[in-house]
Design a protein around this ligand. Structure first.
Ligand code: BYC
Length: 474
């Protein structure tokens, strides 16, 4: 399974043996590079960036670090090795051998899943395009670029599946992935959160903490797929995803740490006083959490979805840790508890397990998201500050599913339109919050220096010191 880097498109799938596929992908490649130049990291094409590149999919050979100009990054096609005799772990085909080709009756659904997944990858690069201009340090700048090139590779991962397994309509979908644009009025990205702006570094860290974590859970569900090439592709993507969530978790951690430290040193609690000290007040951080959490939980789809039931029953998309779960993996007579709005109140009720699989994955995501909150609160507590961050109620600010249309406060009360309107400025980032955060964004790129509003990380990348020259500007 070693990766062949001597070819135009690095791969571990013997691409050279399939000339037609190789030609088709080599034809797509210049379009990808044009897309990267047009809407990838702004003004950064000639920088030498200290990046990791996969050299093999084995755990010990995973990454090699070196200076690379981003347009020369070796984007390619890397799948985990097949597991011999693997069978479909769930759904109506449970126990049958996994598919190596697309089963005709599931073709349209499978394509839809792959396109939706693929669409998020370039979207995030577009959303993060301008952030390099305001990096709080060289260390952070390098991490941004690492995330960006790997999202580019995740796009390659989905494009490979489309080209290899879906013929002409797969090739058309692969073109479409380069044509849609995040936030474009006429041709937007498919899912809501990927059309939002990521205008500042607080938003970037929130995005990589929450939205990349949706990536983790969706990829985990797809890594159980009965369509083996999708399972093997997403298994390898997950190893890259870990770093992205680390960037988010540690980034927010360093911001919270710095704020709490400055608050203690200056005995400041009032948000205006905290802002005057040049750090981000905890109230604003909470409002950013509320925003990014709520747009991200929408990404799991409706709480009751016949699509989700079909994806599962037909063996295309499993649950979080499917193979480790102790049930029949078919779920026909089973139920799941969900929260709904009935007659102006939140009620718990049972619904069919198959139709509620989106909700179940969302709940798994929420449980996982709590870890960061607990960690950030420990830092606030260590500085002796009474404030605590929290996740809002999952019904807060929803656009998709049963909560959409209801007004639910962050603490989980169904409220009227008036209270909702009055509360918004306390619950979601205001223009003033965004302008304040923007006012802090200046470019700090001297090795070892950090913007005032964020603490340095405890250690650097790949065993290097924090003041290592992670980017050479040439
Ligand atoms: N925005 O039946 P439902 C990542 C649509 S992130 C707009 O509940 P379903 C990454 C839906 O399409 C992971 N529209 O939908 C992170 C449907 O439309 P139609 C991405 C939405 O299919 C950071 C309708 O509403 N991967 O990797 O059960 C950086 C009814 O909804 C939204 C995946 O998502 C929305 N948020 O569930 C880089 C995995 N939600 O048919 C990368 C693949 C729903 O009525 N995707 N709609 O026109 C899926 O598994 C499913 O498509 C979804 C939606 C879970 C997203």
């Amino acid at each position: 399974m070693s990766i062949n880097y001597s070819e135009k498109i690095p791969n571990n799938v013997n691409l050279a043996e399939d000339r037609a596929l190789q030609r088709a992908l080599e034809h797509w490649q210049p379009g990808f590079l044009n897309w990267w130049r047009d809407v990838g990291p702004e003004g950064a094409q000639v920088f030498d960036v200290y990046l990791r590149t996969a050299t093999s999919v084995e755990p010990e050979g995973w990454a090699q670090f070196d200076y690379v100009k981003m347009p020369d990054y070796r984007w390619g096609i890397f799948l985990n090795p097949p597991q011999p005799d693997r069978t479909i772990p769930f759904g109506e085909h449970k126990g049958e051998p996994v598919w190596q080709e697309v089963p005709g009756e599931h073709r349209a659904n499978l394509r839809r899943i792959i396109v939706t997944q693929g669409d998020t990858e370039p979207a995030s690069v577009e959303q993060q395009r301008h952030l390099g201009l305001t990096a709080p340090s060289m260390y952070d700048l390098r991490n941004l670029f690492q995330v960006n090139v790997e999202e580019g590779r995740h796009l390659w991962a989905m494009v490979y599946l489309l080209h290899k397994y879906f013929g002409r309509d797969g090739r058309e979908e692969a073109e479409g992935l380069l044509e849609r644009r995040s936030g474009d009025a006429d041709n937007p990205r498919i899912l809501g959160a990927f059309n939002e702006k990521t205008p500042d570094w607080l938003a970037f860290f929130m995005f990589t903490y929450f939205t990349d974590r949706d990536g983790k859970f969706q990829l985990l569900a797809l890594s159980e797929s009965g369509f083996d090439p999708l399972a093997r592709t997403t298994q390898f993507m997950l190893t890259e995803e870990g770093h992205h969530m680390f960037v988010g978790r540690s980034g927010i951690s360093r911001i919270v740490h710095r704020t709490a430290q400055v608050m203690r040193e200056n005995n400041a609690e009032d948000p205006a006083a905290v802002r005057a000290l040049g750090v981000i007040d905890l109230e604003t951080i909470q409002r950013y959490i509320n925003f990014h959490f709520s747009v991200t939980v929408d990404l799991f789809g409706a709480d009751q979805s016949s699509n989700a039931a079909t994806f599962f029953s037909s063996g295309l998309k499993g649950r979080f840790q499917e193979t480790a779960l102790a049930d029949d993996h078919v779920l026909k007579g089973d139920s799941y508890r969900l929260t709904a709005v009935e007659d102006g109140a939140l009620v718990e009720r049972e619904a069919g397990a198959l139709n509620t699989l989106n909700e179940r994955l969302r709940d798994d995501f929420i449980a996982d998201s709590m870890n960061g909150i607990a960690r950030w609160n420990r830092q606030i507590e260590l500085e002796g500050i009474p404030f605590r961050l929290r996740l809002p109620h999952k019904g807060f600010n929803r656009r998709i599913g049963g909560f959409a249309g209801a007004h639910i406060s962050p603490d989980g009360r169904v409220i009227g339109a008036e209270e909702w309107q009055a509360g918004l400025k306390h619950w979601l980032p205001t223009m003033d919050d965004r302008a304040f955060v923007a006012s802090l964004m200046g470019r700090v790129v001297t090795p070892g220096l950090f913007a005032n509003w964020i603490a340095p990380p405890p250690v650097g990348i790949n065993g290097n010191p924090v003041d290592f020259e992670y980017v050479r500007f040439n």
